[in-house]
Design a protein around this ligand. Sequence first.
Ligand SMILES: Cc1cc2nc3c(=O)[nH]c(=O)nc-3n(C[C@H](O)[C@H](O)[C@H](O)COP(=O)(O)OP(=O)(O)OC[C@H]3O[C@@H](n4cnc5c(N)ncnc54)[C@H](O)[C@@H]3O)c2cc1C
Length: 426
Amino acid sequence: MAWDFSTEPEFEKKLAWVREFVREEIYPLETLDLDHHTFRRLARPLQQQVKEQGLWAAHLGPELGGQGFGQVKLALLHEILGASDLAPFVFGNHAPDSGNAELLALAGTPEQKERWLYPLLEGELLSAYAMTEPGTGSDPKQLTTSARLEGDEWVINGHKWFVGNASRADFHIVMAVTEPEADPHHRMSMLIVPTSTPGIRMRELGNMHAPDGRHPLWSHCEVFYEDVRVPRENLLGGRGEGFVLAQKRLGPGRIHHAMRWLGVSRRAFDMLCERAVSVSVHGSRLADKQTIQNWVADCAAQMEAARLLTLQAAWRIDRYGASNARLDISMIKYFGAAVMHDVIDKALQVHGSLGFSTDMPLEQMYRWSRAARIYDGPDEVHRVTVAKLLLRRYQPVEVPTEHVPTRREAALRRFQAQLELLTENM
Ligand SMILES: Cc1cc2nc3c(=O)[nH]c(=O)nc-3n(C[C@H](O)[C@H](O)[C@H](O)COP(=O)(O)OP(=O)(O)OC[C@H]3O[C@@H](n4cnc5c(N)ncnc54)[C@H](O)[C@@H]3O)c2cc1C
């Protein structure tokens, strides 16, 4: 009987180091309004310290320079890193590079690994993942970007949308239709496209996360590929395998987001509680008002539920593989996003106008958390997945299984003899 919620003491020591490091070394960087290049330079020595601690790229197996922690330990680590949106970069496991490294590890040829994967793991290169097209994010089967083979080159044409870090990346992994005649799940393939290739046009999008486009780590771009030519050997995986590879990439990727959201929620909750015990209005502390107490209690319960769901999903992936944890992953994707959003909302409210101002990180956290309900599949799509998987467990019936008169009839038949005996002996 293995049912254990404790963390191994050895790993707990590592987590303690991470907590201290993130708080002391990374939180201060958030306040400096750094541009991308300055941030990357400041991050270098910190990344070195992470490597020395054996915590670099922890999402990957040891054969790729990672730790092979598995998802449960990773969840405990990400929970701490998630509290700062700069921390995953310092630990070599931030999106989209972490998912792209997994893809290259999974499907890359030895040459592709040499040229793209290992420098990516070292933090020498940045990457982007170009799948979404305007209006098709929820249904990738509708993608139209095409790649056709001409001699020894793939020629790519298409219009991608909201590609994270496209303008800062050294290469894009592009999802394109290469097999137009095949069924929708086998039409697409992935191609590695260096950002310097002629024919790529990009526009950085202002968005809720960074309305002015300024963020030390991320840009989100609209990308046009116009007769972009890459060598034949830049195909990642087999022809028509794009959809399957995307599922493999996005499965663990989604739970990594959910793990990080636990950290965001915890940080907002700490601000909520600190404010509640610090401020008095109308004769008592906010902490003594029942409404605020309800928020504290409800947020704590929601966060605990999100944490347990996340850890359970992680455990199931470790034990049975990501494809057998689809229900858990989809469930935590929308549940965790909602919890994070609600906790930040309450923390912001408790701070009043201070929370709304940029003097607190809450307004930025609030804006960024809104995206969690959209990226890597919107809430609605994950709810559909959960509902479909659950409903598959049920069969249609003419009379409800719990129909009381029918059950009573069956029970009378079953207990008839005993009931008659009891009546006779009365
Ligand atoms: C911050 C951020 C980063 C991103 N990074 C990347 C990236 O790096 N690479 C990349 O390729 N993409 C990226 N995306 C795109 C993201 O994956 C898509 O936005 C997402 O999949 C939703 O697709 P869409 O925006 O096209 O919405 P649409 O598909 O147009 O859906 C719009 C709305 O329709 C509703 N809807 C959709 N399907 C259903 C349904 N089955 N039932 C009920 N309602 C439904 C939902 O309310 C949904 O929000 C990013 C997006 C964001 C916000």
